[in-house]
Design a binder for this molecule. Structure first.
Ligand code: NAI
Length: 327
């Protein structure tokens, strides 16, 4: 049987944590033959640590055959020790009335500390997914704080946007969501992301031709996908958690186990592809194989797409600028 791998999860007692940990432990993320040790991090506050204890009791009570160890931590320097995978979920999302500078500085501190801890103690091959918002910029901060780790191993979650886009296209075309191939989401995990179905196919047929409605793309599809998070908060009174956890599972599973040629979306540090400045943590269409992702290159970018990409890039550059002094 396989040697266990270590999976660190931050914000483990939060909403997403509750929807995520049980699926990691059951083998949905890394395979039904891969034993895991969970290294769970929460803030030191007693209430959070108590809640974490409760989650751990429930994990124990599932008697998952693949779950061979569970650790509770309040310090990233111990939580990330030798970890092979790190899912950084805990962060400080923007609250009502919170200034942008305040948001960026609080998260700057969190993700600088966590990047440094990964740099110091994690496996040299650790694969990092940042879920906590603002996800792209938090991933960028962690990457910059971890100069001894491969920059390419720091990623941000765009997969929820990808899955939301796929679901809208399935509804529009009346086709099964699993039949949709070659969908791309570019840019920031924010309402500015650009979900792009120009290359998408269903059964080899062009989705763009099937839909054949540019007004729907611009006025319905993009705003629906972009504002989906807000729509869920309005309906549920809480931000999306199960679908976010599901997207995190998809992202890590595909990265670790491969996509068999299928396109998925990951937020990854640019090497200049598609004219995006190097190091920008940007959503790109990728394929995964052998534990590595590869950007789908050579796609034509038309004027409307370029405009959308420029807009989401400008937002990311603004965020990057806002944290410059923290790095
Ligand atoms: P939540 O508030 O229920 O849980 C967050 C948990 O993180 C809390 O238990 C908190 O104590 C913990 N935490 C905060 N700072 C921490 C730190 N420095 N170290 C360890 N733990 C820490 O929030 P929820 O719903 O689980 O969401 C988590 C994050 O994910 C939020 O930032 C949210 O905006 C983001 N999110 C991102 C999505 C994406 O697509 N990238 C989608 C949905 C949510």
């Amino acid at each position: 049987s396989k040697k266990p791998v270590r999976v660190a999860v931050t914000g483990a007692a939060g909403q997403i944590g509750y929807a995520l940990l049980f699926r990691i432990a059951s083998g949905e993320m890394l395979g039904k033959d891969q034993p895991v040790i969970l290294q769970l991090l929460e803030v030191p506050m007693e209430k959070a640590q108590e809640a974490l204890k409760g989650v751990i009791m429930e994990l124990e009570d599932c008697a998952f055959p693949l779950l061979v160890g569970i650790e509770a931590h309040s310090d990233p320097m111990t939580a990330f020790k030798d970890t092979d995978y790190a899912l950084l979920v805990g962060s400080r999302p923007r609250g009502p009335g919170m200034e942008r500078a305040e948001l960026l500085s609080i998260n700057g501190a969190i993700f600088t500390a966590q990047g440094k801890a990964l740099n110091a103690v994690a496996s040299r091959d650790v694969r990092v997914l940042v879920v906590g918002n603002p996800a792209n910029t938090n991933a960028y901060i962690a990457m910059k704080a971890a100069p001894d780790l491969p920059a390419k191993n720091f990623t941000a979650m765009l997969r929820l946007d990808h899955n939301r886009a796929a679901s809208q296209i399935a509804a529009k075309t009346g086709k099964p969501v699993a039949a949709i191939e070659k969908l791309a989401v570019w840019g920031n995990h924010s309402p500015t992301m650009y979900a792009d179905y120009r290359f998408a196919t269903i059964g080899g047929e062009s989705v763009k031709d099937m839909i054949n409605d540019e007004a729907w793309n611009r006025d319905v599809f993009l705003p629906t996908v972009g504002k989906r998070g807000a729509a869920i908060i309005a309906a549920r009174g809480l931000s999306s958690a199960a679908s976010a956890a599901n997207a995190a599972i998809d992202h890590m599973r595909d990265w670790a186990l491969g996509t068999n040629g299928a396109w998925v979306t990951m937020g990854i540090p640019s090497n200049g592809e598609y004219g995006i400045p190097a190091e920008t943590m940007f959503g790109y269409p990728v394929t995964c194989e052998g534990g590595e992702y590869k950007i789908v290159e050579g796609l034509a970018i038309d004027a409307f797409s370029q405009e959308c990409i420029n807009k989401t890039l400008a937002e990311l550059e603004g965020e990057k600028d806002g944290v410059k002094h923290l790095l």
